[in-house]
Design a protein around this ligand. Sequence first.
Ligand code: AMP
Length: 426
Amino acid sequence: MSFQKFELHEKILAGVQMLGYQKPTPIQLQAIPLVTEGRDLMGLAQTGTGKTAAFVLPILQRFMEKPLGRIRALIIAPTRELSEQTHEAIKQLGHKTKLRSAAVYGGVSIHNQINRLRGNVEIISACPGRLLDHIERGTIDLSHVEVLVLDEADHMFDMGFLPDVRKIVKHLPKKRQTLLFSATMPDDVKSLAMDLLQNPVTIQIGHTAPVMTVAHRFYPVQMGIKTALLKDILEKTEMESVLVFTRTKSRAKSLAMQLDKSGHKVISLHGNLTQQKRKQALDGFRDGRYEIMVATDIAARGIDVTRISHVINYDMPSTADAYTHRIGRTGRASKTGDAFTFVTGDDLALAHSLKRILGEKLQYHNVAGLTSEIQKSSSKNNSPDMKSRNQRRPFARPAQTRRKPKQRSFGNTNRSSWSHRAPSAA
Ligand code: AMP
């Protein structure tokens, strides 16, 4: 099914096309028709599922024919990064429309924001603190808001923002559409949803179980040693075709260059490449001209190469679902495959959750002189989400001799498995 089916305005479809979205993701398939109908919605989904476009597209559609100059949609998010990301998505998906958005968050000049807010925008993507500041100063008019989106509601709860959210909502018209997205549903979020949503539809994007024919191996490693470790593994392991994942486009590009210098047949695949270059890269990887592909998550979406023998997570994915998605590239069609993951001090919480999910199927592996016991990272970054990352507990040693870990299903959205807080010991 394509995006055409949603009967979006052609100027919005132009944005979809510009971003290279070919097919709607499961959450988009479910949410777009419901949001277009005007229903209140509770979406149980994580970042990475395409949920931003799932609410941005119908919002753009709704306001295409309306007069400009009034704030008609308000999106509240827990972090600056997410506010900025959503603002960017609106800008890109709506680049052919006349609709304008602004990001509103603290840590930057409030005066520039005030100027921007004077009759110039229709959609606001905001963090609660700065938004309340504007409300108190009378520099924002929310009296025409028709759609409210609460994004990553559980994360807002974790960060103590729910009272602020309730205060903000008092300044919105009662008659409006409300959408709430959350990866988990702690009681406080549930009661917020009950108070704010009217007759909502709930949609849930299920978690898929990781491929069981894959062997999972974790390498504890310091950040600066990753490339040396990767080269060592590539040299010493028999591999047919290897997909290496990095967190960012620039890391994909530079890692591929380094491997190329070491004599590997390697290509990178990331969002900065033209469609033609992407195709060339994929074709070359499929037909065996390149043995290694270094890719980002988004670029690797939909890659269907049956002979991938190894997936290497050079950078840890951001969620357990993303892990499943990445390693789903190997072990296809009942073939066995290996998934290697480099774990640094920054990755402890997710590594721990994955260990609990995969149990004995996941083994820690050491390479003399390259791997080492990892310590909790001491990042100086103070943005709210980094703070919560730094509250993670130090690494618990691999579970070889510990009591048998409980097998967990990926279908379980129990708060502890997805929480940013340190999970209890396995
Ligand atoms: P989100 O979960 O909204 O943060 O989206 C995660 C990533 O998926 C973003 O980089 C989006 O640009 C991308 N994305 C969203 N929808 C699609 C789609 N239908 N096809 C391909 N990529 C998508």
